[in-house]
Design a protein around this ligand. Structure first.
Ligand SMILES: O=C(O)C(=O)C[C@]1(C(=O)O)C=C[C@@H](O)C=C1
Length: 458
């Protein structure tokens, strides 16, 4: 293990003799050794070096009106495996050769869908909490964890940023998932009978316009599938759920509406011909309008204008005529029409950084006080034309507030922050190595969280 002491700052990266990626180690050692330590993964020094920024006492996530913690404990659907909790984590892993992916939530959650998107044949391991999903990997109960890190409507999932630092796992890939939010209820229940709708706060927020139109109370639950299980197992006739179509299937619920994140329901015209006859700019139609149309089973669906046209292989007017008989044109929702969540896949070992396809690198660092330090930190990427895709800051909870200037009785105090950055370059590229070497010259702490292929499709 290579550990060289220098001014208390460390880069955590591929290490421990056998696991250095070719093409990276020699350059890295050369580039980064000049100024700072290199602490390889998997040893006592890892713990030592993260101590100053480690979150030993993390706050619980705040979820208003949280019924789900009770849900998981009380429910008795015997056909489904129980989610893992910290107490279960002492069990011995089984010898199944399929890749096991831990995630937070129950079967049928969007996180499980993300795991299946990344590893279609995997065995999914449901966990009670995000932290249990990390621990499941650390204790070899799972091979990898899939965790949401940000979504297109609510932004970052801060809890997982904090846990990334606290745990010793590596980001090995990312998955972007477009969630099709569906309104579910017990079989036979209609929209008008619903008095409340339960779901994960993000899913509820993304369905706001649809739910206000429905005129129901909303209740936050830890995960969408947990809500479905709760309504199903308690036979709640007045409660709907926003969850996936898979959750409906697993828990025996009916889908009352799908793609509800895209709904607003302001009817513009009931005549499909109107759009063509009035010569409306078709690009604007695609962007701003949706068609609500009746299906043969009597339910309604929302479709994108051009999607329907393409599906029917028709020219515009034919397609419009086709839809015009049963369709109404509605204004697109203010809600996020494509609710996209970005998930990270975490593993015990890092993957080899490559240059034959686009890679991303995620890092976390701290800076000393001083004017323009953050600007300088970001400049190390800018001068090498490395594109940053995400920057996030989190308070370093264990460090007290510092007085910047004692002579200033106006009490110039500020928080110490951890900065998380994702940039578009592989650690196998010299420009990425030299950027990090440069950053290390003034960062007080630096850790590479992972270098992984960029998700380029949805
Ligand atoms: O509740 C779920 O189904 C989850 O997988 C969690 C989660 C999230 O944490 O953001 C993921 C995607 C959905 O949009 C809503 C919730």
């Amino acid at each position: 293990m290579s550990v060289m002491a220098l001014k208390g700052s460390s880069v955590f990266t591929w290490g421990d003799s056998g696991c250095n990626p070719p093409g990276f180690v020699s350059n890295r050692v050369k580039n980064l050794n000049t100024a700072r330590n290199l602490v390889c993964l998997g040893g006592v020094s890892d713990n030592r070096a993260t101590k100053s920024v480690e979150d030993d006492n993390p706050a619980k996530p705040t979820i208003e009106n949280d019924v789900s913690r009770r849900l998981y404990k009380d429910l008795s659907l015997t056909s489904l495996p129980k989610p893992l909790s910290v107490a279960d984590l002492t069990a011995t892993p089984n010898n199944d050769t399929r890749v096991r992916i831990s995630f937070k939530g129950l079967h049928g959650s969007f996180s499980e869908e993300a795991a299946l998107k990344a590893y279609p044949k995997c065995e999914t391991v449901p966990c009670d909490e995000f932290e249990d999903a990390f621990k499941a990997v650390e204790l070899w109960l799972a091979d990898k964890a899939v965790l949401p890190i940000e979504n297109s409507s609510g932004g970052s999932i801060h809890r997982n940023y904090d846990l990334l630092l606290r745990h010793r796992l590596h980001i090995v890939s990312e998955v972007q998932l477009v969630s099709d939010l569906c309104l579910l209820a017990l079989p036979g229940i209609r929209n008008e009978q619903l008095k409340r709708v339960l779901s994960h706060p993000q899913a509820l927020a993304s369905s706001d316009a649809f739910l206000s139109k429905l005129g129901v109370a909303v209740e936050n639950v830890d995960d969408t599938a947990g809500a479905a299980q709760y309504v199903a197992s308690n036979g709640l006739m007045d409660a709907g759920v926003i969850a996936s179509a898979r959750a409906a299937e697993i828990y025996g619920l009916n889908i009352l509406s799908n793609r509800i994140q895209a709904r607003v329901g302001k009817i513009v015209t009931t005549s499909g011909l109107w759009a063509c006859a009035s010569g409306v700019d078709t690009a604007a139609i695609e962007r701003d309008w949706l068609w609500l149309y009746a299906t043969s089973d009597g339910s309604t669906k929302v479709g994108h204008f051009f999607w329907e046209i393409k599906k029917n292989k028709c020219g515009h007017s034919t397609a419009v005529n086709f839809l015009g008989t049963s369709a109404i044109m509605i204004e697109k929702a203010d809600d996020d029409p494509d609710h996209i969540t970005r998930f990270l896949v975490l593993a015990r070992d890092p993957i080899m950084p490559r240059t034959d396809k686009p890679f991303k690198t995620s890092i976390v660092f701290t800076l000393d006080e001083g004017s323009g330090v953050l600007f300088k930190a970001l400049a190390v990427f800018a001068v090498r034309e490395i594109n940053l895709t995400k920057i996030e800051s989190r308070p370093q909870r264990k460090r007290p507030l510092r007085v910047v200037d004692d002579s200033n009785t106006g009490s110039a105090k500020y928080f110490d922050y951890l900065f998380y950055i994702d940039f578009e370059a592989s650690m196998a590229e010299p420009r990425a190595q030299s950027a990090l070497g440069h950053l290390q010259e003034f960062a007080t702490f630096l850790r590479v969280l992972g270098c992984y292929p960029m998700e380029t499709s949805l």
